[in-house]
Unconditional design. Structure first.
Lengths: 287, 284
């Protein structure tokens, strides 16, 4: 049954700016992205339409390998972020003395108020060949010669985990806060061990938080440019760098649009599958 | 296991060790960056050569502190202006959206709500290139059709503002909606019964109630805009914002001036965070 509604002045006043925002800044630009990705321009400047830009993507192994690599690493980073953040969230909500909780929460949030660039820069001066860690290790005689710890995959993954930590920890804390302690107590009294409690009580209860954290972390990692670029160095091969190169370096906007659209499809697809697998809804997860 | 259950000493100690390591991991890069801002050396690295404030105050040929560094100061100013306009725009539109989705009924509401959420799952880089492409298309159209050259459609200040606004408005909407949901609508009805029209009721009653959420959302919007990199990267023109400017410097080799800027950012945002926490506690 259609809902009854009237066109009233307040409705018009609220709807107009929102429609302008969503249509002009979200819908039309993405339609244009799709349109431009189908546009093919040859050397003489003749324009035709077709899937050539997408075919290029599949023909050049470097493109689709980078794409797969980015996707796999992003999923890995999401999982690692979860594994690191869960004990932290559990400690703050369930183990720490209540009077420290506020303080610990503030400590947890503080670094993320600072720009991502500053944090990545901090890691760079810690890890590079002339960096602080190398300085101490050579001083202590553990290393005879400083080694380059930046510009490899392990460092890059660590940097990505670091960067996105907050977006996993906060939803986990808020979801674990609502977990009734007596459930854990009951399980303990009935003889459950830690593994059982973790997998049968804590994780099922935390599922909405895990899903929303994972979605945000995955999306941010997939779309990250700074961390792979600065910590992964020349061979970080992150897909956003391919997009950047097409747009800024080669000035091939049509190819870049095709890459951008593929990345958008990938991120939407993984998020959609994640939501379906865990039976969550996007509108519930974001709250 | 948890507070109320008996825990072995080993469990508690190893858990505390884990938390200690975690917070070291969290703070190490920030602490190192801050400390090296005061090192009397040409490079942001150890060994420690003595304490100096020159990376803030100096104006020497070989060493220019941040307070005399024209380029970086200008980019800070650009970032502040961008953040100001983004905050105004996204708070206005976000609050409208909150009222729209919480209090109004209209066809296709769920679809529009879904669309409003979508910037949360669109990577910032994609948002940046889409808006760049679209504005370019519009610019070309205006030029070929009317022979008009519209500066708004070229990469630059206003395009950066619009690009950041497009996703920050979603966050404002969510924050304000959450508070609006707790609002007792009978208060508005009382105002209407007493002869106010809908806008007077909203202005005098509802917005007063929403004020903490709006102030909080504005602070977050300002900060997110000030620090945004991904979307801005594609939309910026000749006036670069601070994160882009810092990125270019870090990529091409760094000096302790960057540490000095980082130090100011860290101190500034920490103070803002503490103030925000203090005021939100006081509200409750």
């Amino acid at each position: 049954m259609p809902r009854r509604f009237h066109i009233t002045l307040p409705l018009v006043c609220f709807l107009t700016p929102v429609l302008l925002w969503l249509v002009l800044m979200i819908v039309l630009p993405h339609v244009d992205l799709l349109r431009m990705s189908l546009r093919v321009e040859d050397i003489e400047g003749n324009v035709s339409w077709g899937f050539a830009n997408y075919l290029n993507f599949f023909k050049e192994p470097i493109y689709w390998l980078t794409f797969v690599r980015t996707a796999v690493y992003s999923i890995m980073v999401t999982f690692m972020t979860f594994v690191v953040a869960l004990p932290v969230a559990f400690y703050i909500t369930k183990v720490a003395a209540p009077r420290f909780q506020g303080f610990l929460m503030m400590l947890l949030l503080m670094p993320f108020w600072v720009s991502e660039l500053v944090r990545v820069y901090g890691w760079m001066i810690l890890l590079r060949e002339s960096g602080v860690i190398n300085h101490f290790l050579t001083r202590l005689g553990i290393l005879t010669q400083p080694i380059e710890m930046l510009y490899n995959d392990v460092t890059m993954v660590m940097g990505l985990v670091y960067t996105s930590m907050l977006f996993m920890a906060v939803p986990l804390v808020s979801v674990l806060e609502s977990l009734d302690d007596s459930l854990i107590e009951a399980a303990y009294d009935l003889g459950a061990n830690m593994g059982t409690i973790l997998f049968r009580i804590v994780i099922p209860h935390a599922m909405p938080g895990i899903v929303s954290g994972s979605i945000v972390v995955f999306m941010l990692t997939l779309g990250n440019y700074l961390t792979p670029n600065l910590m992964g160095g020349k061979n970080s091969l992150w897909f956003t760098e391919q997009i950047y190169n097409q747009f800024i370096a080669s000035f091939n906007w049509n190819q870049g649009s095709a890459f951008g659209f593929l990345l958008l499809v990938l991120s939407s697809l993984v998020i959609w599958v994640g939501l379906k697998l865990t039976r969550q809804k996007l509108s519930r997860v974001v709250q | 296991m948890i507070r109320s259950l008996p825990n072995s000493r080993r469990y508690l100690y190893s858990y505390k060790l884990y938390m200690g390591l975690y917070f070291t991991f969290l703070f190490a890069p920030l602490v190192v960056t801050c400390v090296l801002a005061f090192n009397d050396s040409q490079f942001p690295a150890l060994p420690w050569k003595g304490f100096t404030l020159e990376w803030f105050t100096a104006d020497l040929p070989h060493r220019v502190g941040i307070f005399h560094d024209r380029m970086n100061l200008e980019s800070i100013w650009v970032s502040a202006q961008v953040a100001f306009f983004v905050t105004i725009l996204s708070v206005t539109v976000g609050t409208c959206a909150a009222f729209l989705f919480e209090q109004e009924e209209f066809p296709f509401k769920p679809a529009l709500y879904f669309l409003m959420l979508s910037p949360l799952v669109i990577p910032g880089v994609i948002l940046g290139i889409s808006i760049l492409l679209f504005s370019n298309t519009l610019g070309l159209y205006c030029e070929t059709r009317w022979g008009l050259d519209v500066p708004l459609f070229r990469p630059g200040f206003w395009l950066v503002v619009l690009g950041q606004f497009s996703f920050i408005a979603t966050l404002v909407t969510l924050v304000v909606s959450a508070r609006l949901r707790k609002f007792d609508r009978t208060l508005e009805e009382a105002a209407l019964n007493l002869g106010a029209n809908r806008f007077e009721a909203i202005w005098h009653i509802t917005l007063k109630f929403l004020r903490p959420a709006i102030v909080g959302a504005a602070a977050v919007a300002f900060l997110m805009s000030f620090e945004n990199f991904n979307t801005t990267l594609f939309l910026t023109g000749s006036e670069t914002t601070l994160p882009i400017n810092l990125y270019l410097q870090v990529r091409d080799g760094s000096t302790p001036v960057i540490n000095a800027i980082s130090f100011l950012l860290i101190v500034g945002t920490s103070l803002a965070a503490v103030a925000n926490l203090y005021f939100s506690r006081k509200q409750e």
